[in-house]
Design a protein around this ligand. Sequence first.
Ligand SMILES: Nc1nc2c(c(=O)[nH]1)N(C=O)[C@@H](CNc1ccc(C(=O)N[C@@H](CCC(=O)O)C(=O)O)cc1)CN2
Ligand SMILES: Nc1nc2c(ncn2[C@@H]2O[C@H](COP(=O)(O)OP(=O)(O)OP(=O)(O)O)[C@@H](O)[C@H]2O)c(=O)[nH]1
Ligand SMILES: [Mg+2]
Length: 438
Amino acid sequence: MTDTIFALATPPGRGAIAVIRLSGPGVDQALDGLGAGRPKPRLASVRSLSRAGEHIDHALVLRFVSPNSYTGEDAAELHLHGGRAVVEAASRALIALGLRPAEPGEFTRRAFQNGRMDLAQAEAVADLIDAETTAQARQALGQLDGRLSQTYAGFRRDLLKALALVEAEIDFPDEEVPDNLARTAGPVLDRLANDLRRAVDTGRRGERVRQGYRIVLIGETNAGKSSLFNALTAREAAIVTPIAGTTRDVLDADLVIGGYAVTLSDTAGLRDSDDPVEAEGVRRARARAEAADLRLWVRAPGDPAGVAAAYVRPGDLIVATKADLAEGRREDEAAGLDWLAVSTTTGQGLEALHDWLARRLAEDLAGADFPAVTRERHRLRLTEALAAVATARVALDQAPEMAGEDLRRAASALSRVTGEIGVEDVLGEVFATFCIGK
Ligand SMILES: Nc1nc2c(c(=O)[nH]1)N(C=O)[C@@H](CNc1ccc(C(=O)N[C@@H](CCC(=O)O)C(=O)O)cc1)CN2
Ligand SMILES: Nc1nc2c(ncn2[C@@H]2O[C@H](COP(=O)(O)OP(=O)(O)OP(=O)(O)O)[C@@H](O)[C@H]2O)c(=O)[nH]1
Ligand SMILES: [Mg+2]
């Protein structure tokens, strides 16, 4: 027997309205127990709620009858006056009526288990709630609409088609099997491998949109990194002094540039140091530079080509700082990178830098042609499927009886993404990050 659960679905604390959500087979009985009766399904009804003679609230009640609800179960919503005491009284009454507070994500988990959505869509629900930028919301909505799930379903269809061809040939063997198979199933697998490779390639993009694009400031000590960090974040978060080696820890700030989430990091100036604290700072700066999606090489007039050159990559940007001190300076063509002159003292070049970054983010992260793979969990399974398909393709020519096994392995990797199989081991992981009431 399934528990009947409830949870506050709106943020806790004082507010105009608080919504408590109920789901499970005991919902109608709970509504009876509150004196709300059985309002017409899906129609907002005002009801006086009370329990054991105690008046709780005049509330708006919504009732949903299985299977026509978010979870697929009987469900209801109590739209209460949004005060702590009202919510507290309603919660106490629901517990007295035998309901249990929901775990994080439990409503969506039930929706998934009742076939209302697949696992990728359930993840999209969490992403949509967490979305803080327009790009994150757009990506999550596409996934919630099932665009990503449809892409995965297409992959599985191609796989099963190839598998059927392989099995038909193996059931009716003759000498021409390898030739036939290579001709019939070969092109299907080639196309599938191609599509899977494209999907894996979008993985980085989808994960960056979701988690933030990582930009790191690197350069010599005193180059003006912390000054630029403060200018870009519009906060005096980093300490700035004329002393070389001021910054030691990595400092992170979350920004939105051009509608995309960005994590900007200020780091210690790159130099050899006998001071163990500074040396550790430099080690961390290097590690961040390597992991970043984009490095801004911050260079003051006269800074040597130096250590940062070893860390920049094609596509990175040189930010020539302190432009107020070196009017008309021609920056070296170091590493063939783009460069921009800025001054945090006068503000010169800061807007151009912002525009450059917005353009780069759009180049790296936009891409409406193909729904982005948004999680590492998906990317790992797709990579697994791709490897199995590649092995199957080779087997087709040489040992076709092996190809079937490889294809089944690929299909199972794909099914794990949308949650058709192997669900138990990922459910905890997927729903743990949800908020209560979702
Ligand atoms: N008050 C309220 N607002 C909300 C939600 C909610 O649960 N309650 N949602 C929750 O996240 C989102 C909307 N999503 C929903 C998705 C499906 C159903 C639902 O009842 N589906 C039924 C009936 C469909 C119909 O009659 O058109 C079904 O699919 O069978 C409700 C909300 C956002 N806003
Ligand atoms: N004139 C001028 N001075 C600047 C500018 N930007 C930074 N400075 C000065 O340069 C010195 C070093 O600036 P920081 O921002 O601390 O440099 P940093 O790269 O973070 O230095 P470390 O943390 O030591 O690696 C400070 O005295 C700043 O005031 C600028 O655009 N123009
Ligand atoms: Mg600094």
